[in-house]
Design a protein around this ligand. Structure first.
Ligand SMILES: Nc1ncnc2c1ncn2[C@@H]1O[C@H](COP(=O)(O)OP(=O)(O)OP(=O)(O)O)[C@@H](O)[C@H]1O
Ligand SMILES: [Mg+2]
Length: 269
Protein backbone atom coordinates (compact mmCIF):
# COMPACT_ATOMS: atom_id res chain seq x y z
CA UNK A 1 0.00 0.00 0.00
CA UNK A 2 1.63 3.21 -1.17
CA UNK A 3 0.34 6.71 -0.36
CA UNK A 4 1.35 9.36 -2.94
CA UNK A 5 1.89 12.90 -1.79
CA UNK A 6 2.24 15.89 -4.08
CA UNK A 7 5.85 16.98 -4.39
CA UNK A 8 7.01 14.43 -1.86
CA UNK A 9 8.39 10.95 -1.94
CA UNK A 10 5.78 8.22 -1.88
CA UNK A 11 5.09 6.61 1.44
CA UNK A 12 5.01 2.83 1.56
CA UNK A 13 2.52 2.50 4.42
CA UNK A 14 2.17 -1.30 4.27
CA UNK A 15 4.69 -3.76 2.95
CA UNK A 16 4.23 -7.50 2.61
CA UNK A 17 1.60 -7.80 5.32
CA UNK A 18 -0.09 -11.18 5.08
CA UNK A 19 -2.37 -12.94 7.55
CA UNK A 20 -5.62 -14.89 7.80
CA UNK A 21 -8.36 -14.29 10.31
CA UNK A 22 -10.96 -16.97 11.04
CA UNK A 23 -14.60 -16.01 11.35
CA UNK A 24 -15.52 -15.09 14.91
CA UNK A 25 -11.90 -14.50 15.86
CA UNK A 26 -10.91 -11.46 17.97
CA UNK A 27 -7.56 -9.96 17.01
CA UNK A 28 -5.57 -7.07 18.47
CA UNK A 29 -3.53 -4.84 16.19
CA UNK A 30 -0.67 -3.06 17.94
CA UNK A 31 2.33 -1.06 16.78
CA UNK A 32 4.02 2.31 17.25
CA UNK A 33 2.58 5.60 15.97
CA UNK A 34 2.65 5.62 12.15
CA UNK A 35 3.26 1.88 11.88
CA UNK A 36 0.31 1.39 9.50
CA UNK A 37 -2.54 0.18 11.76
CA UNK A 38 -5.18 2.60 10.49
CA UNK A 39 -4.04 2.06 6.90
CA UNK A 40 -4.40 -1.70 7.28
CA UNK A 41 -7.93 -1.33 8.69
CA UNK A 42 -8.88 1.01 5.84
CA UNK A 43 -7.56 -1.44 3.26
CA UNK A 44 -9.47 -4.31 4.90
CA UNK A 45 -12.67 -2.26 4.95
CA UNK A 46 -12.22 -1.49 1.26
CA UNK A 47 -11.99 2.27 1.88
CA UNK A 48 -8.63 2.52 0.13
CA UNK A 49 -7.43 0.31 -2.67
CA UNK A 50 -4.10 -1.38 -2.09
CA UNK A 51 -1.52 -0.62 -4.78
CA UNK A 52 -0.73 -4.32 -4.79
CA UNK A 53 -1.97 -7.34 -2.90
CA UNK A 54 -5.51 -8.41 -2.11
CA UNK A 55 -8.06 -8.90 0.61
CA UNK A 56 -10.14 -12.06 0.39
CA UNK A 57 -13.24 -12.56 2.48
CA UNK A 58 -14.48 -16.12 2.70
CA UNK A 59 -17.31 -17.90 4.40
CA UNK A 60 -20.29 -16.35 6.14
CA UNK A 61 -22.18 -13.56 4.46
CA UNK A 62 -22.10 -10.04 5.79
CA UNK A 63 -19.94 -6.97 5.24
CA UNK A 64 -16.64 -5.99 6.83
CA UNK A 65 -17.34 -2.70 8.58
CA UNK A 66 -14.93 -0.12 9.93
CA UNK A 67 -16.23 1.93 12.83
CA UNK A 68 -14.75 5.36 12.25
CA UNK A 69 -12.65 7.18 14.79
CA UNK A 70 -14.57 10.44 15.18
CA UNK A 71 -18.16 9.34 14.55
CA UNK A 72 -19.82 12.70 15.25
CA UNK A 73 -18.19 14.10 12.12
CA UNK A 74 -20.15 11.69 9.97
CA UNK A 75 -23.62 12.23 11.50
CA UNK A 76 -26.22 13.65 9.15
CA UNK A 77 -29.65 12.21 10.05
CA UNK A 78 -32.33 14.07 12.03
CA UNK A 79 -32.66 11.41 14.71
CA UNK A 80 -30.55 8.68 16.25
CA UNK A 81 -32.93 6.03 14.90
CA UNK A 82 -32.62 7.34 11.34
CA UNK A 83 -28.85 7.57 11.68
CA UNK A 84 -28.63 3.88 12.63
CA UNK A 85 -31.19 2.87 9.98
CA UNK A 86 -29.21 4.43 7.13
CA UNK A 87 -26.78 1.52 6.62
CA UNK A 88 -29.34 -1.32 6.64
CA UNK A 89 -31.72 0.74 4.45
CA UNK A 90 -29.00 0.79 1.82
CA UNK A 91 -28.73 -3.00 1.98
CA UNK A 92 -32.21 -3.21 0.39
CA UNK A 93 -33.78 -4.92 3.39
CA UNK A 94 -37.48 -4.71 4.04
CA UNK A 95 -38.56 -1.97 6.47
CA UNK A 96 -39.55 -4.40 9.23
CA UNK A 97 -36.07 -5.96 9.16
CA UNK A 98 -34.45 -2.50 9.21
CA UNK A 99 -36.57 -1.46 12.21
CA UNK A 100 -35.74 -4.69 14.02
CA UNK A 101 -32.01 -4.24 13.42
CA UNK A 102 -32.10 -0.63 14.62
CA UNK A 103 -33.85 -1.63 17.85
CA UNK A 104 -31.48 -4.54 18.37
CA UNK A 105 -28.33 -2.45 17.74
CA UNK A 106 -29.37 0.50 19.93
CA UNK A 107 -30.34 -1.89 22.73
CA UNK A 108 -27.06 -3.80 22.36
CA UNK A 109 -24.97 -0.63 22.84
CA UNK A 110 -27.05 0.31 25.88
CA UNK A 111 -28.37 3.65 24.66
CA UNK A 112 -31.50 4.67 26.62
CA UNK A 113 -34.66 4.46 24.54
CA UNK A 114 -35.62 8.10 25.21
CA UNK A 115 -32.46 9.10 23.35
CA UNK A 116 -33.40 7.26 20.15
CA UNK A 117 -35.60 10.06 18.83
CA UNK A 118 -33.30 13.04 19.45
CA UNK A 119 -30.70 14.44 17.06
CA UNK A 120 -27.36 12.65 17.33
CA UNK A 121 -25.77 16.07 17.77
CA UNK A 122 -27.64 16.54 21.07
CA UNK A 123 -25.86 13.58 22.63
CA UNK A 124 -22.73 13.52 24.78
CA UNK A 125 -19.49 12.31 23.20
CA UNK A 126 -19.83 8.90 24.85
CA UNK A 127 -23.43 8.52 23.67
CA UNK A 128 -22.38 9.54 20.14
CA UNK A 129 -19.78 6.80 20.13
CA UNK A 130 -22.52 4.32 21.08
CA UNK A 131 -24.67 5.53 18.19
CA UNK A 132 -21.75 5.12 15.79
CA UNK A 133 -21.13 1.60 17.07
CA UNK A 134 -24.86 0.80 16.75
CA UNK A 135 -24.78 2.08 13.16
CA UNK A 136 -21.94 -0.35 12.39
CA UNK A 137 -23.65 -3.25 14.18
CA UNK A 138 -26.94 -2.68 12.39
CA UNK A 139 -25.13 -3.70 9.19
CA UNK A 140 -24.73 -7.15 10.82
CA UNK A 141 -21.08 -7.23 9.83
CA UNK A 142 -19.18 -10.47 9.89
CA UNK A 143 -16.11 -8.49 10.89
CA UNK A 144 -16.01 -5.26 12.81
CA UNK A 145 -12.85 -3.22 12.52
CA UNK A 146 -12.27 -0.74 15.33
CA UNK A 147 -9.66 2.00 15.19
CA UNK A 148 -8.70 3.35 18.63
CA UNK A 149 -12.21 2.79 20.02
CA UNK A 150 -11.32 3.93 23.56
CA UNK A 151 -10.25 7.44 22.67
CA UNK A 152 -12.50 9.92 24.45
CA UNK A 153 -14.05 7.31 26.76
CA UNK A 154 -13.62 7.42 30.55
CA UNK A 155 -13.01 4.31 32.67
CA UNK A 156 -16.68 3.29 33.01
CA UNK A 157 -17.20 4.09 29.31
CA UNK A 158 -14.37 1.73 28.38
CA UNK A 159 -15.68 -1.00 30.66
CA UNK A 160 -19.14 -0.61 29.08
CA UNK A 161 -17.62 -0.88 25.60
CA UNK A 162 -15.81 -4.10 26.55
CA UNK A 163 -19.06 -5.52 27.97
CA UNK A 164 -21.03 -4.57 24.87
CA UNK A 165 -18.50 -6.03 22.45
CA UNK A 166 -18.18 -9.25 24.44
CA UNK A 167 -21.95 -9.66 24.56
CA UNK A 168 -22.36 -9.07 20.83
CA UNK A 169 -19.49 -11.41 20.03
CA UNK A 170 -21.12 -14.17 22.07
CA UNK A 171 -24.55 -13.44 20.56
CA UNK A 172 -23.61 -13.14 16.89
CA UNK A 173 -20.16 -14.70 16.40
CA UNK A 174 -18.90 -11.30 15.23
CA UNK A 175 -15.19 -11.19 14.36
CA UNK A 176 -13.15 -8.26 15.70
CA UNK A 177 -9.95 -6.57 14.59
CA UNK A 178 -9.09 -3.79 17.01
CA UNK A 179 -6.23 -1.28 16.70
CA UNK A 180 -5.39 0.47 19.96
CA UNK A 181 -2.56 1.89 22.04
CA UNK A 182 -4.23 0.50 25.18
CA UNK A 183 -2.97 -3.05 25.86
CA UNK A 184 -5.29 -3.56 28.85
CA UNK A 185 -8.36 -2.79 26.77
CA UNK A 186 -7.14 -5.14 24.01
CA UNK A 187 -6.30 -7.93 26.47
CA UNK A 188 -9.88 -7.92 27.76
CA UNK A 189 -11.26 -8.50 24.24
CA UNK A 190 -8.79 -10.47 22.15
CA UNK A 191 -6.59 -13.55 22.20
CA UNK A 192 -4.47 -13.15 19.09
CA UNK A 193 -2.13 -10.20 18.54
CA UNK A 194 -0.67 -8.78 15.33
CA UNK A 195 2.32 -6.46 15.73
CA UNK A 196 2.98 -3.91 13.00
CA UNK A 197 6.16 -1.91 12.69
CA UNK A 198 7.00 0.35 9.81
CA UNK A 199 4.31 -1.18 7.62
CA UNK A 200 5.48 -4.75 8.23
CA UNK A 201 3.93 -7.51 10.27
CA UNK A 202 6.67 -8.26 12.82
CA UNK A 203 4.70 -10.74 14.93
CA UNK A 204 1.53 -12.80 14.62
CA UNK A 205 1.12 -14.27 18.07
CA UNK A 206 -1.06 -14.41 21.19
CA UNK A 207 -0.90 -12.47 24.46
CA UNK A 208 0.83 -15.43 26.08
CA UNK A 209 3.30 -15.53 23.19
CA UNK A 210 4.03 -11.82 23.61
CA UNK A 211 5.26 -12.38 27.17
CA UNK A 212 8.29 -14.11 25.62
CA UNK A 213 9.06 -11.10 23.44
CA UNK A 214 9.89 -8.51 26.09
CA UNK A 215 12.98 -7.01 24.43
CA UNK A 216 11.33 -6.83 20.98
CA UNK A 217 8.32 -5.04 22.47
CA UNK A 218 10.53 -2.66 24.40
CA UNK A 219 12.43 -1.81 21.21
CA UNK A 220 9.09 -0.68 19.73
CA UNK A 221 8.08 1.13 22.97
CA UNK A 222 5.11 -1.21 23.28
CA UNK A 223 3.85 -2.45 26.63
CA UNK A 224 2.28 -5.68 27.79
CA UNK A 225 -1.09 -5.54 29.54
CA UNK A 226 -0.60 -4.66 33.22
CA UNK A 227 -1.52 -8.14 34.52
CA UNK A 228 0.93 -9.85 32.15
CA UNK A 229 3.76 -7.46 32.97
CA UNK A 230 3.09 -8.07 36.68
CA UNK A 231 3.23 -11.84 36.14
CA UNK A 232 6.44 -11.46 34.10
CA UNK A 233 8.08 -9.49 36.91
CA UNK A 234 7.01 -12.01 39.52
CA UNK A 235 8.29 -14.88 37.38
CA UNK A 236 11.60 -13.08 36.75
CA UNK A 237 11.94 -12.60 40.51
CA UNK A 238 11.66 -16.36 40.97
CA UNK A 239 8.02 -16.55 42.04
CA UNK A 240 6.21 -19.81 41.13
CA UNK A 241 3.97 -18.29 38.46
CA UNK A 242 3.55 -18.84 34.73
CA UNK A 243 3.47 -15.46 32.98
CA UNK A 244 2.37 -16.71 29.56
CA UNK A 245 -1.41 -16.45 30.10
CA UNK A 246 -3.63 -16.14 27.04
CA UNK A 247 -6.68 -14.31 28.42
CA UNK A 248 -7.41 -11.76 31.11
CA UNK A 249 -9.42 -14.41 33.03
CA UNK A 250 -6.48 -16.83 32.98
CA UNK A 251 -4.09 -14.08 34.08
CA UNK A 252 -6.34 -13.19 37.03
CA UNK A 253 -6.65 -16.86 37.96
CA UNK A 254 -2.86 -17.31 37.90
CA UNK A 255 -2.37 -14.25 40.07
CA UNK A 256 -5.04 -15.38 42.56
CA UNK A 257 -3.52 -18.85 42.71
CA UNK A 258 -0.13 -17.33 43.54
CA UNK A 259 -1.60 -14.93 46.11
CA UNK A 260 -3.69 -17.59 47.85
CA UNK A 261 -0.70 -19.95 47.87
CA UNK A 262 1.38 -17.32 49.64
CA UNK A 263 -1.37 -16.64 52.16
CA UNK A 264 -1.52 -20.33 52.95
CA UNK A 265 2.24 -20.51 53.39
CA UNK A 266 2.04 -17.53 55.76
CA UNK A 267 -0.75 -19.19 57.74
CA UNK A 268 1.21 -22.46 58.10
CA UNK A 269 4.14 -20.75 59.71
N1 LIG B 1 -3.82 9.85 3.75
C1 LIG B 1 -2.50 9.68 3.83
N2 LIG B 1 -1.66 10.23 2.90
C2 LIG B 1 -0.34 10.06 2.97
N3 LIG B 1 0.29 9.36 3.94
C3 LIG B 1 -0.48 8.80 4.90
C4 LIG B 1 -1.91 8.93 4.90
N4 LIG B 1 -2.39 8.26 5.96
C5 LIG B 1 -1.33 7.74 6.60
N5 LIG B 1 -0.17 8.04 5.96
C6 LIG B 1 1.19 7.60 6.35
O1 LIG B 1 1.20 6.18 6.37
C7 LIG B 1 1.91 5.68 7.50
C8 LIG B 1 1.01 4.81 8.37
O2 LIG B 1 0.00 5.61 8.94
P1 LIG B 1 -1.20 5.02 9.79
O3 LIG B 1 -2.16 6.12 10.05
O4 LIG B 1 -1.70 3.81 9.13
O5 LIG B 1 -0.44 4.61 11.14
P2 LIG B 1 -1.03 4.13 12.55
O6 LIG B 1 -0.31 2.90 12.91
O7 LIG B 1 -2.51 4.07 12.48
O8 LIG B 1 -0.57 5.28 13.53
P3 LIG B 1 -1.27 5.84 14.88
O9 LIG B 1 -0.82 4.91 15.99
O10 LIG B 1 -0.68 7.19 15.03
O11 LIG B 1 -2.75 5.85 14.68
C9 LIG B 1 2.47 6.93 8.19
O12 LIG B 1 3.76 7.13 7.71
C10 LIG B 1 1.55 8.02 7.76
O13 LIG B 1 2.22 9.25 7.78
MG1 LIG C 1 -4.04 5.04 13.49
Amino acid sequence: MVYSRDGEAKIQALNGVSFRVRSGEAVALIGPVGSGKSTLLRVLAGLVKPTSGRVTVEGRKGPVVLAIQEPQRGFFAATVREEVAFGPENLDLDPAEVAARVTWALTAVGLKEERWTVSPFQLSGGEQRRVALAASLAMKPRFLLLDEPTIGLDGPGQAALVETLRKIKAETGLGLLVASHDPDFLFSLTRRVLVLNDGKLTADTTWGGLTHQGPALEALSLELPFLLSLLCRLQAAGAPVEAAQETIEEAWAELSRFYLGRKQEGGDR
